[in-house]
Ligand binder design. Structure first.
Ligand code: NDP
Length: 254
């Protein structure tokens, strides 16, 4: 493209993959609203950086796992769109926010299950439903899954099952939103060096080396390996891609 000047909402844009997605979307000419849970200053710094690139940006608080609180977030989002952009809609929703947790099957509790369910599936489902009236025709929805829906990592049964649900949801949503020209796709990263799951991939040299050895391209993932894929799916060139899962894992466990 990149002639479109669209407005994007990236959940979990304060750090890690979401921050990189926000930066790449901005570099592509999009305005960006990032959300944060605990890292307000980091999220505001991301927004300031994007404004420094000549785009408009904002940072809003969101706990995607707090289903009862989603409407409050949507109300704040509407206010932000009105105040800062003088509009009532946006174009690109990136459902990125999430947490990692290694929980052996035998030790998993209902509390663990519900936490991951709410953050990774129920929250994404209902946040998408509640923001859909604001998403303009020909918009984009990009969900974030994980390589763990294709290959199995011990202790990831709940997490990966929720990501599997997101992949199925992506296909159904693509079908439902086709008449509006809205594309819906899912990006599945392999192991990336972020704070995710207590920074296991980044800070554990043994695990890092093992993953690199099991990855066709010979290393672990970096945030910049992922953000551009999301930016591409948000671009005009990707207008004919919908209902697809794109794995960006460097060929992990091929
Ligand atoms: P990070 O831990 O680096 O960042 C997580 C982001 O999500 C932060 O912005 C955090 O906000 C936000 N967040 C966490 N919990 C919530 C919540 N309950 N509600 C709203 N926001 C929340 O993780 P990554 O960037 O690595 O992960 C991003 C996505 O990528 C996740 O969906 C993850 O499952 C997926 N993924 C990651 C992989 C990896 O290896 N890193 C591999 C495959 C998929 P704050 O900073 O304010 O706390």
């Amino acid at each position: 493209m990149n002639t479109r000047s669209n407005l994007s909402l990236v959940t979990g844009g304060s750090r890690g993959l979401g921050k990189n997605m926000a930066q790449r979307l901005a570099r592509q000419g999009n305005d960006v609203i990032v959300t944060y849970l605990s890292k307000k200053e980091e999220a505001q710094a991301v927004a300031a950086e994007i404004e420094g690139m000549g785009r408009k940006a904002a940072a809003l608080p969101l706990d995607v796992g707090d289903i009862a609180g989603l409407q409050t977030f949507v109300d704040e989002l509407k206010q932000c769109l009105a105040d800062k952009w003088d509009t009532d809609g946006f174009d690109i929703l990136v459902n990125n926010a999430g947490i990692g947790a290694t929980i052996p099957f035998e030790e998993a509790t209902e509390e663990d299950f519900d936490r991951l369910l709410n953050i990774h599936f129920k929250g994404v489902y209902f946040l998408t439903q509640k923001t859909l009236p604001l998403i303009r025709d020909k918009g984009r929805i990009i969900n974030v899954s994980s390589g763990t829906t294709r290959f199995c990592i011990p202790g990831y049964s709940i997490y990966a099952a929720m990501k599997g649900a997101i992949e199925t949801f992506t296909q159904y949503l693509a079908k439902d939103l086709g008449p509006h020209g809205i594309t819906v796709n899912v990006v599945a990263p392999g192991a990336v060096e972020t704070d995710f799951n207590n920074a296991r991939v980044r800070d554990n040299p043994e695990l890092n080396a093992f993953i690199a050895s099991q990855t066709t391209l010979g290393r672990t993932g970096q945030v910049d390996d992922i953000g551009g894929v999301v930016a591409f799916l948000a671009s005009e060139e990707a207008r004919w891609i919908t209902g697809q899962r794109i794995e960006a894992s460097g060929g992990m466990f091929l």
